[in-house]
Design a protein around this ligand. Structure first.
Ligand code: NAD
Length: 256
């Protein structure tokens, strides 16, 4: 049985994961870490900082907190030979460097989206990408999301751009030359693949990839209606990752 500590344990994802993973026979949630007061979970200790953990009691740290939290988790896991699964988004080069360093010593899995449907949607988008002239992404999330565009949209845009380049397709050019209001055409993530971010209450996590060519269109849409949708993917990552197999695995596509 793998023993898990959840950083961000008081948060929306942390609470959903704590309940969902604790209900599975193959996992035990032994600790919840958060700067804010944590709703207790039977069998789990609560602490405000990852440094309070006893490494001999934890096999995998799961981080759904903040980029700052990821730095602490990566450093602690690396120093104490504990595997790490990261779902936190909004990571910059500084965070990726820390994760790469941790991945030299222990197993690390980082994914911008653990929903199986979202992983498949990205795969399907990369398949379609070289065959259409234009593509734009609309990502829609709950109103409390602090980073934009979503990590999923960035990853999808990069996968699309990479798939187009691999087939010799040129970057997508924007025909817009006159902006009545700046920003109306979204953000160019890579090679002209645009992302538009929507924030509304009532939403969880949703994304549409819209492809267009003369006379036809293709829309690939994924919806996470509930945070439960992320649980199976996190469980796959936790089952895979190991402190004794150093790696930095980006995304869970290869684990499906
Ligand atoms: P949230 O704000 O509800 O929860 C985050 C929690 O982390 C908070 O309770 C906060 O106090 C805690 N926290 C932040 N920094 C900390 C630190 N340094 N040490 C200890 N605790 C810390 O947010 P959420 O909706 O649960 O999302 C958390 C993260 O997970 C976000 O980055 C979000 O984008 C990401 N997310 C990823 C996926 C995925 O599939 N990869 C899915 C949903 C959300």
């Amino acid at each position: 049985m793998k023993r898990l500590a959840i950083v961000g344990g008081a948060g929306r994802m942390g609470q959903a994961l704590a309940r969902g993973l604790a209900a599975r026979d193959e996992f035990a949630v032994v600790a919840l870490i958060d700067e804010h007061p944590i709703a207790p979970l039977a069998g789990a200790i609560c602490a405000s900082d990852v440094s309070a953990l006893d490494p001999s009691t934890v096999d995998v740290v799961i981080d759904f907190s903040s980029p700052r939290g990821v730095l602490a988790s990566a450093s602690w896991c690396s120093a104490h030979a504990v595997a790490l699964v990261v779902g936190t988004t909004g990571l910059t080069d500084e965070h990726w460097s820390a994760l790469e360093a941790a991945g030299q010593r222990v197993g690390v899995v980082v994914a911008a989206n653990f929903a199986i449907g979202a992983v498949l949607a990205e795969r399907f988008a990369a398949m379609a990408a070289p065959y259409f002239e234009r593509v734009e992404i609309i990502e829609l999330h709950h109103e409390q999301k602090v980073d934009a565009p979503s990590g999923t949209a960035i990853a999808t845009a990069r996968a699309i751009a990479g798939a187009r380049r691999a087939k010799g397709r040129a970057p997508i050019e924007d025909p817009t030359t006159r902006f009545s209001v700046e920003g109306a055409r979204g953000a160019d993530v890579e090679d002209g693949v645009k992302v538009h971010s929507v924030r509304l209450s009532g939403l969880v996590a949703h994304q549409e990839v819209l492809f267009g060519s003369p006379g036809e269109g293709l829309t690939i849409r994924h919806d996470s209606y509930d945070r439960e949708s992320f649980l199976p993917g996190v469980a796959i990552a936790v089952a895979h990752v190991s402190a004794t197999t150093p790696e930095l695995l980006r995304g869970i596509d290869s684990l499906l």
